[in-house]
Design a protein around this ligand. Structure first.
Ligand code: ZN
Length: 385
C-alpha cells in the first residue's frame, strides 16, 4: 500500500483506474515504460491522461466503427480487382474528371461492407468483429459522459480517479488491462510489454492528431484507417528494439489488416512520373535512376530542338538507344509495383498529418493527394502478403 502511494505521487504519466481489476497486474512504475519512449512521444504522454478501464467500460466508450477491423483476404481481393480496373480505365482514351476511380469505389464498398466473426471470417465480408484494447479520443472528439463508464462492472473506482475523469478534457486515452493481459496470454508475451505497445500506439494517434481541423472524416474512410493505424503501429513499434521489437511484431500479426502496414506505409513510394501514367517503383533508388535518365533524355531533346537543322539523325539515334537502354534496364517484373523509401523517413508521416489538417479544401491538389493516399492504402494492403 505504501509502495502504491509512493508510486502514484511520482509517476510522470497520469494513469487513473476507472474500474479495471486487472490493472494491478501492470507495473506502471517500470523504468522501461519511460526509457523506451522517444522524447516526442513522451512529451505527449505527459500531457494526455490515461484511463484504465474494464472490458464493459471500453466497449461502452468505443464507437461502433472501432469494434470492427479489416478482413485481409476479402479486402485484398476487392482491391486487386480495382487495380485491374484502373489499368482498363487508363487504357481508355480519356477519363472524365468527375468519374470516380475504381480504387475509390473499392474503398467505398469496403467501408460499407458487412462484418463477420473473427473465428470464421467469411471470405466476402470486409470486416471482422474486433474488441478494442486501447482507444485514443482526439482533441476534437466528445468526451464520453461519466454515466456511460460508471457502473460498468466492478470494482468501484477511487474518488480521485473519478474526479480526474470528470475534470479531464480530450485528448485522452483509454486502455483495458483485462484485454492487455488476455492478448499477452494468447501470445505468450509479458503483459507489461503488451501494455506499453498499446500505450505507445495510442500516443501515436496523439502525435498525428491535427491542430486546427477535425480529421475524423479521414479516419472514417477505410483507406484513411489503413494509413492511420499503420502509422500508429509504426510509431509504437519504433519505440522498441531487440527482442522486444520482435515480440511487438508478433503482436501486430494478430491485429486486423489495417494495423499491419506499419512497415509499408512509411516506405512505399507512388509516383506518377511521365505523361500522367501511374507507374510504381520497387525501390526509391530505382525511381531516382529512372528520373535521372528521363531528365538526361529530355535535356537532349531540348538541345535537339535548338539545333534542329544540324546533325538531326545522330541525335535521334542516340536518344532512341538510350530510351531502349532504359527500357531494358528496368526489371520488368517490378514494373507496376511500389517503392521502398529509406527506412523511417519522417516526411511521409508529416505529409499524412498535413493532409489530415487540410483535406477539406476541395482543390485539385487535395484531390490528387486524396488519390495518392487511397492508392498507397491499397498498395499497403496488397503488399502485406
Ligand atoms: Zn489505433
Amino acid at each position: 500500500m505504501a509502495r502504491r502511494k509512493q508510486i502514484k505521487g511520482s509517476l510522470p504519466i497520469a494513469f487513473h483506474n476507472l474500474g479495471s481489476a486487472a490493472a494491478q497486474q501492470i507495473d506502471l512504475a517500470r523504468e522501461a515504460l519511460y526509457t523506451r519512449m522517444e522524447d516526442r512521444i513522451a512529451e505527449l504522454a505527459l500531457k494526455i491522461p490515461v484511463f484504465l478501464v474494464n472490458e464493459a467500460q471500453i466497449d461502452a466508450v468505443a464507437p461502433p466503427a472501432l469494434q470492427r477491423g479489416l478482413n485481409k483476404n476479402a479486402v485484398q481481393r476487392r482491391l486487386r480487382d480495382a487495380l485491374e480496373q484502373e489499368e482498363v480505365q487508363r487504357d481508355r482514351e480519356r477519363r472524365r474528371e468527375e468519374e470516380i476511380s475504381p480504387i475509390e469505389r473499392a474503398w467505398d464498398d469496403i467501408q460499407r461492407g458487412e462484418v463477420t466473426d473473427m473465428q470464421e471470417p467469411s471470405p466476402f465480408a470486409y470486416w471482422i468483429r474486433f474488441t478494442p484494447v486501447g482507444l485514443y479520443l482526439g482533441r476534437h472528439s466528445a468526451k464520453p459522459q461519466w454515466s456511460k463508464i460508471n457502473s460498468q462492472g466492478t470494482p468501484q473506482p477511487a474518488p480521485d480517479a473519478v474526479d480526474a475523469y470528470r475534470s479531464a478534457n480530450t485528448p485522452l486515452i483509454f486502455i483495458c488491462p483485462e484485454r492487455v493481459i488476455d492478448w499477452a496470454n494468447r501470445m505468450g508475451v509479458e503483459p507489461n510489454l503488451v501494455f506499453d505497445k498499446v500505450l505507445y500506439h495510442e500516443l501515436g494517434h496523439a502525435y498525428m492528431d491535427t491542430e486546427d481541423a477535425p480529421s475524423e472524416s479521414v479516419y472514417d474512410t477505410a483507406w484513411g484507417r489503413v494509413i492511420e493505424e499503420s502509422f500508429a503501429n509504426f510509431i509504437a513499434f519504433s519505440q522498441f528494439s531487440g527482442i522486444e521489437a520482435r515480440h511487438v511484431q508478433r503482436l501486430i500479426t494478430t491485429q486486423p489488416a489495417e494495423y499491419q502496414g506499419y512497415l509499408l506505409a512509411n516506405r512505399l513510394y507512388a509516383w506518377p512520373p511521365i505523361g500522367g501514367s501511374e507507374r510504381y517503383f520497387e525501390s526509391y533508388g530505382e525511381f531516382w535512376y529512372y528520373l535521372y535518365h528521363f531528365r538526361r533524355i529530355t535535356r537532349q531533346i531540348a538541345e535537339l530542338l535548338e539545333e534542329l537543322h544540324y546533325h538531326v539523325r545522330p541525335h535521334i539515334r542516340r536518344i532512341a538507344e538510350q530510351l531502349e537502354e532504359l527500357y531494358y534496364s528496368l526489371p520488368r517484373d517490378r514494373w507496376g509495383t511500389w517503392a521502398e523509401m529509406d527506412k523511417n523517413d519522417p516526411r511521409r508521416l508529416g505529409d499524412w498529418c498535413w493532409y489530415k489538417e487540410h483535406h477539406r479544401h476541395s482543390t485539385d491538389e487535395m484531390k490528387k493527394r486524396t488519390r495518392f493516399w487511397q492508392m498507397l492504402a491499397a498498395q499497403v494492403l496488397l503488399r502485406m502478403g
